[in-house]
Design a protein around this ligand. Sequence first.
Ligand SMILES: Nc1ncnc2c1ncn2[C@@H]1O[C@H](COP(=O)(O)OP(=O)(O)OP(=O)(O)O)[C@@H](O)[C@H]1O
Length: 359
Amino acid sequence: MRVARLQLHGFRCINEMSVDLHPGFNFLVGANGAGKTSVLEAVFLLSHGRSFRSGAREALLRRESTELGVFSTINHDDGRIARLGLGRAGTRWESRLDGQSVSLGQLIRECAVVCFEPGSHDLIAGAAEGRRQFLDWGVFHVEQDFLPAWRRYQRALKQRNSLLRSSAPLDEELFSPWELELARSGAAIDQWRKAYLDALLPFLREQSERLLPELGEVELRYRQGWPEGEDLASVLGSQRTRDQGRGHTGSGVHRADWTLSFSHAPRREHLSRGQEKLVALACVLAQAWLDASRRGEWPIVCLDDLASELDERHQAAVVDGLAATKAQLLITGTELPQPLRRLGAHVFHVEQGQLTPLL
Ligand SMILES: Nc1ncnc2c1ncn2[C@@H]1O[C@H](COP(=O)(O)OP(=O)(O)OP(=O)(O)O)[C@@H](O)[C@H]1O
């Protein structure tokens, strides 16, 4: 799939912008603060319903603006054209698909964007939440039932946490229904996550061999969030007193995590910063390959500030990897690095939130 046209208003530093993108490789060049990342952020928003930058969605609204809109025409490989819109007027957010008002879930299912940006580093070096989000986005896009199960899980978790914080003595009858729901929806979420990571692993191996052959073989470890082989409902039942002391539920799929290790770098601390960046990039590209194999069309691939911290050899390895995909690429940088020129870029100059085609 490809973004054919992108229109933004009231988004970050962008007052009004409309651009027709190339179906192949688009390179957005401009000075620091020009608005390059904001363009990628808008495309990402349509596929994730949130920004990749920290902070509330409200921060996306341009200062001095009262309305925000992100509109995109997506061309699918089968010839279908979808018109996506996400906007905020006053305090209300609205999602539209082909002119109809839809839920945010329906909107983001229509469009697949994988994005590598400086914060993607957190996939390797950051907290577990970012890794769970990465995993759950992949599951969400293949499993129709994931979102309702995840919502049921979140609701039950909230209820159990508020019971834990209430001063009442721990009452089995009050806790049990929520713990059973956590176990039921949690088991489904856990199975989907495991299946997703199993499917991701071969693509991850391929990407890491291409980008980081010096690190040796990659291993992926998944922790489900409670002891393996035990029933989550029983675990929660036995941990009520401990959880009451903590004020929250200490076990469940909301505590899951996955990590990578390499035969020549078994611990994360063995990786240099540039290597961490490449490992995170390998994860993102593996996700794109898996998504393409399942969906039958490539997701849109966004790479923000790709070249920084990478030497020419690794940049060339990244370029070889990208050349092997059929994805639409949106890449940003303060200049077009030599190795990327091989991909035949359509360059846009970005200045004060405006895109001007250069080549
Ligand atoms: N809500 C907002 N309203 C107005 N301006 C904003 C808002 N949020 C961010 N900005 C500004 O938008 C500008 C563009 O930021 P962006 O991160 O897109 O730039 P960039 O071209 O990617 O820069 P860099 O190369 O430094 O990463 C910045 O000057 C920033 O201060």
